[in-house]
Design a protein around this ligand. Structure first.
Ligand code: FAD
Length: 384
């Protein structure tokens, strides 16, 4: 693994840095308070090609390698995790999965719109009764004569849910137990019978639209199925494996933002007649954050490298997501400590970093689930 970035990777990282500093960071606190990111950000992300990274150019994508995707995601996470999540889901979980599993017609129908930002995607796996145990989901798609599927069920915690034009939806199509009976569908969100309700009161990621979806007799043609019948769980797990790299990259961004804020504040806040940066225990807080940033970044870059080289990456992605998400929480918490009482007030950025970081150990597989994935790979024994 070469840690020196290529000219293209350096350029795309700089492009993302400039964009975040100009278009995201100045507005992130206001979006957080308003509980809504400015929707115009989606078009801007699309115009820069950030919604099409790694997607083939023939389908409207902007190409590029997985490390470039990680670099951009890291920068977006540094600016605002709500915006980063829009990209991680619409591109990372939906467009990239569609590019891998879709047929030519499905790719032509959705990818140019998703990668340009004209359309937004969401990922509908979690249900009220099945989170970690997603293989036991109960939403059902019944095939009628003529090939139409009729879908009934409910999904919850769906990122981009009320913004999305298409949901990559997982439903049970057969009587096979557990994950064997699940298939994936591309369901336009304006299909009759699909209702969406935004979930308010989140601890963090407040700028992001998180929603419940209720499906009551939603009819889709057989051509809406993504991948083979009964392979939906494999579709979901392949999406989440790469998605975990994306979450990890976003966590690196949070930790980097925590480090930048802590260093800046420690240099100008004075107590006991000198900048607090000169107190050794404050330096300890800052050095702990710095080590977390670098360790999380290296684990995340390794996943991108493995994917590019066609090597197995699923366990490495769980390791990166586990470490980076826990590191982001620690880093934001340490930064808040550096800020003292001011860190507790939302005029300063570190409280939001901590609130946003907190969900990272929960979604796309909790920390406990990542440990089971890693443990299974090492021991050959499944604890699920
Ligand atoms: P549970 O599965 O009920 O877990 C509760 C606790 O039990 C956790 O600590 C868990 O680690 C532990 N636990 C469960 N099983 C085990 C086990 N076998 N061994 C040890 N411990 C265990 N889902 C989507 O499909 N699409 C989205 O876009 C999406 N976005 C989200 C956005 C937000 C803001 C949030 C909060 C969630 C989102 N989710 C999404 C759902 C998320 O992936 C789930 O919340 C997550 O998978 C955990 O499921 P759960 O909340 O039902 O917790």
């Amino acid at each position: 693994m070469n840690l020196e970035l290529s000219a293209e990777q350096t350029a795309v990282r700089q492009l993302a840095k400039d964009f975040v500093d100009r278009e995201i960071t100045p507005y992130a606190a206001a979006w957080d308070r308003a509980e809504q990111v400015d929707r115009g950000i989606v078009k801007k992300l699309g115009d820069l090609g950030f919604l099409g990274l790694t997607v083939p150019e023939e389908y409207g994508g902007s190409g590029g390698d997985h490390l470039s995707y990680v670099l951009v995601t890291e920068e977006l996470g540094r600016g605002d995790s709500s915006v980063r999540g829009i990209v991680s889901v619409s591109l990372g979980l939906v467009a990239k999965t569609l590019a891998s599993w879709g047929d030519d017609r499905q790719k032509r129908e959705w990818l140019p719109r998703l990668t340009s930002g004209e359309a937004v995607g969401c990922f509908g796996l979690t249900e009220p009764g099945t989170g970690s145990d997603a293989g036991n989901l109960t939403t059902r798609a019944v095939r009628e004569d003529g090939g139409t599927y009729v879908i009934d069920g409910a999904k919850t915690f769906i990122t981009n849910g009320t913004w999305a034009d298409v949901v990559l939806l997982f439903a049970r199509t057969g009587d096979a137990p557990g994950h064997k009976g699940i298939s994936a569908f591309l369901v336009p969100t304006d299909t009759p019978g699909l209702q969406r309700r935004e979930i308010h009161g989140k601890l963090g990621l407040r700028g992001q639209a998180t929603a419940e979806l209720v499906l009551d007799g939603v009819r889709v043609p057989a051509a809406a199925m993504l991948g083979p019948e009964g392979k939906g769980f494999s579709v979901a797990m392949s999406a989440l494996a790469k998605g975990r790299m994306s979450v990890a990259a976003g966590c690196v961004g949070i930790a980097q933002a925590a480090l930048d804020a802590a260093v800046g504040y420690a240099g100008q806040r004075e107590q006991f007649g000198k900048p607090i940066a000169r107190h050794q225990l404050v330096q300890e807080l800052i050095s702990d954050i710095a080590v977390d940033v670098d360790a999380a970044r290296l684990l995340t870059w390794r996943v991108a490298d493995l994917i590019e080289r066609g090597e197995p990456f699923v366990t490495a992605a769980s390791q990166a997501k586990l470490f980076a998400s826990e590191a982001a929480v620690r880093a934001a918490n340490n930064a808040l400590q550096v800020f003292g009482g001011y860190g507790y007030i939302d005029e300063y950025p570190v409280g939001k970093l901590l609130r946003d970081a907190r969900v990272m150990t929960l979604y796309e597989g909790t920390s406990q689930i990542q440990k089971l994935v890693i443990g299974r790979a090492l021991t050959g024994v499944s604890a699920f």
